[in-house]
Design a protein around this ligand. Structure first.
Ligand SMILES: *Cc1c(COP(=O)(O)O)cnc(C)c1O
Length: 380
């Protein structure tokens, strides 16, 4: 497809979406795709969820936007739902995952000034992904994103994921925070051990360092828990949310613990569009509905992975995942598998040139999983 006046930073797939229903995307030419990309893990409840639609329409009819200078019912309702279901005490709504991470980093650095003699270093992890702004790209521990970024935001140190010894060697008096994804999603679906995350929390406490979990991808039920860190039995100080939070509308959030709820003072942060009322109304529906299906997400995720593991193919190197965040590492070019899947009406994508990533909507059925596995079996 040749689009000359739009965004030249992305290669747009050939299909032209007309409408979506559940896990299905209807496209031009009468093609119906099974969508295991789900708007890059944004459409947690699939397309056209009736409750999201009516909540959004009802809010749009009242008002779409008033700014943060006015009280917002939808914001309060969603903030309450998030804090009641997590360690959080205060919620800052912003617009995108990257922006949420920016705010979390900013808060951690202010905390370092106030509480740890100006400590401002942030430990992140190799192969991580935290967003596309200048600071979050620097936080992202992948060299390919750093090439043309100079001068980079100083103060980031990269540790090996799932390696507590390496974190120990890099943590110190100048460290304000550790920023980590509970599962690395964009990096290629890497699930750390429970032991590692528990030791990391302990280490942070011992060294007086904030633990920030970037749950932009893993939050909102994706891994079979409302928030992925809950599945690992850890308690962070800060959590960032995005992607699935707004039910398809742009919305993200920074959730902070009671102890940190007074670090920011009036004027310390701002955003014109943050916490859009229609997006927050959708968010409240997402959180309520996702809470009811997380057990099923866990079961279906396990089923999906076990069915994939039954495929006997010399092309497969490893299958891994948690909940409905599933990766297949192959020997060779994964984009060829993606192309072949498209031809068979299955939408998937690559997290890395050799890693296929699948993130169906959380409402996906067993039958749809069977269908996807059947298609992949044929291809692989
Ligand atoms: C997608 C993602 C981001 C960036 O979110 P945007 O909304 O694209 O800014 C940050 N962190 C993680 C873990 C992500 O998966």
């Amino acid at each position: 497809m040749k689009v000359k006046v739009m965004d030249n930073t992305v290669k747009v797939y050939g299909m032209k979406p007309v409408k979506g229903r559940g896990a299905k995307l209807y496209c031009g030419g009468g093609r119906v795709y099974l969508d295991f990309l789900a708007g890059v893990a944004v459409n947690a409840l699939g397309y056209n969820d009736p409750d999201i639609n009516s909540a959004v329409i009802s809010q749009v009819k009242k008002y779409i936007h008033t700014s943060r200078l006015f009280y917002s019912g939808p914001q309060e309702k969603l903030a309450k739902l998030i804090t009641e279901n997590s360690f959080g005490k205060m919620v800052y709504f912003v617009n995108s995952g990257a922006e949420a991470n920016e705010v979390a980093i900013k808060l951690a650095r202010k905390w370092g000034v106030l509480n740890k003699k100006g400590a401002n270093r942030i430990i992140t992890f190799k192969n991580s992904f935290h967003g596309r702004t200048m600071t979050t790209l620097t936080a992202t521990g992948q060299k390919k994103f750093h090439n043309l970024l100079n001068p980079k935001m100083p103060g980031f140190v990269y540790a090996k994921y799932n390696d507590i010894k390496d974190v120990k060697s890099k943590i110190g008096k100048k460290t304000a925070a550790v920023l980590i994804e509970p599962v690395q999603a964009e990096g290629g679906v890497y699930v750390p051990s429970k032991k590692f995350l528990k030791e990391l929390q302990k280490l942070c406490k011992l060294k007086k360092v904030l633990l920030i979990v970037d749950e932009v991808f893993t939050g909102m039920g994706r891994t079979g828990y409302l928030f992925a860190h809950q599945g690992f039995g850890i308690k962070p100080d800060i959590m960032t949310l995005g992607k699935g939070l707004g039910g398809g509308l742009p919305l993200s959030a920074v959730v902070v613990s009671p102890a940190l709820s007074r670090v920011f003072k009036p004027g310390d942060h701002g955003t014109t569009m943050g916490g859009n009322p229609a997006a927050c109304a959708a968010g409240a529906v997402v959180i309520k509905k996702v809470k009811k299906i997380v057990n099923k997400v866990r079961k279906n995720g396990d089923y999906f992975i076990s069915e994939l593991k039954k495929i006997k193919s010399p092309f497969i190197k490893e299958i891994r995942g948690k909940g409905l965040l599933v990766g297949v590492e192959v020997k060779g070019d994964a984009s060829k598998v993606v192309e072949k899947a498209f031809k068979r009406n299955l939408i998937i994508n690559c997290a890395k040139p050799n890693i296929i990533r699948m993130v169906p909507p959380l409402i996906v059925t067993k039958k749809e999983i069977d269908k996807a596995v059947g298609i992949l079996k044929e291809i692989l």
